[in-house]
Each structure stands twice: as structure tokens, then as C-alpha cells.
Design a protein around this ligand. Structure first.
Ligand SMILES: [Fe+2]
Ligand SMILES: [Fe+2]
Length: 186
């Protein structure tokens, strides 16, 4: 049994940036909308918690990531990745340490939320998409994908991947692989 109330209060005290908290709550809310709207076989509570925790490490300093690499004997080359990926990779380690909470399905969704991957679970897809189309996102592409997501879930996931591979300099290999798989839905 996940203590959602406790997680919400931990997230609230973790973030100093109010917009981050607003984004987090919006992403959690968006996961619920997507699951209900498309009748997806995803545990609502797990998706909500994944939304609440997906950016948990976003305010960490680089030094914390370096400490985790040493503590858990991880490959140091991980640290060469941009912060937009690091906050997701290290999120689960920091959540485990600070919240005494562990759920491999949720952790996988958090790990891949900025880049996607070619073998995403439904929970991974829901978080990957919700993070892009939450109500606080105002970019044109986000608004466009938000509209697509109301009718066609897979197409919306594919659209975010398309955006990443065509607009982000040096997109991650996993993103490219995922796009190759999902572009059939466009
Ligand atoms: Fe993020
Ligand atoms: Fe986010």
C-alpha cells in the first residue's frame, strides 16, 4: 500500500520552486486523465505516484549525482549526460534514500520519462506523455500533442518522440530507437 499523502507532503517540502510543484501535480493529474480517457490497463495510483515523483531529483546539485555513482558503483560515464536526463536517472536512487519507497515499475517510468525507450510499458508511456502535455506546458507542440492525446494515445506518444528526434540536438539513442518503433502510429 502506497502512502500517497506522505509522498505529496515529501514532494512539497522537497521543492523550493513553486512552478515545479505545480508541474508535478499537473503531471500526476494528467496521468489519471490519460488512463481513464483511453481505458488503459495501468494502475491509477502507481501512475499518480510516478507523476508526483518523476522530477524528484530536479533540484539536486551535480555533486549529489557524483556521490551516488560512487556509492552504488555505477559507471562514471553516466555523469556526462545532460541534466535533463540525469535528474531522471538518479531520481529513483534519491527517492529510495529519502522516502524509503521502492517500486520498480514506477522507477522505470521515472528513469525514462525524458527520453522514452523502445520497450516502454503502458505506465512508461503514460508518464512520458503526461510530462509533455501537462496543463502547465504552453509550447505550441505541447498544445498540439495535448489535443492529439484526447483522441489517439499512441499517436500522441509517437508525436513526442518525433519532436525529440527532430528538435533536440543529439537525441538519445534510446529515443531514436523508440521513434523507429512508434512512428507507425503517426
Ligand atoms: Fe523531468
Ligand atoms: Fe517533468
Amino acid at each position: 500500500m502506497i502512502d500517497v499523502k506522505n509522498i505529496i507532503s515529501k514532494v512539497k517540502s522537497k521543492f523550493t520552486n513553486e512552478n515545479r510543484l505545480i508541474h508535478t501535480l499537473n503531471v500526476a493529474k494528467k496521468t489519471q486523465e490519460l488512463i481513464i480517457q483511453h481505458d488503459l490497463e495501468v494502475n491509477l495510483q502507481k501512475a499518480y505516484v510516478a507523476g508526483l515523483l518523476h522530477d524528484y531529483a530536479k533540484e539536486e546539485i551535480f555533486e549529489r549525482f557524483r556521490e551516488i555513482v560512487q556509492k552504488y558503483n555505477l559507471d562514471e560515464s553516466i555523469l556526462q549526460q545532460p541534466f535533463s536526463i540525469l535528474h531522471a536517472l538518479f531520481g529513483p536512487y534519491i527517492i529510495k534514500e529519502e522516502l524509503d519507497f521502492e517500486d520498480e515499475e514506477i522507477f522505470q517510468a521515472i528513469t525514462y520519462h525524458p527520453i522514452g525507450h523502445s520497450n516502454m510499458s503502458l505506465l512508461d508511456e503514460v508518464l512520458f506523455l503526461a510530462d509533455f502535455i501537462s496543463d502547465d506546458r504552453t509550447y505550441d507542440i505541447c498544445i498540439e500533442v495535448r489535443e492529439i492525446a484526447k483522441k489517439n494515445f499512441s499517436k500522441a506518444v509517437a508525436k513526442k518522440l518525433e519532436y525529440l528526434v527532430t528538435n533536440i540536438p543529439n537525441p538519445h539513442q534510446e529515443t531514436i530507437k523508440a521513434y523507429e518503433k512508434y512512428k507507425q502510429y503517426l
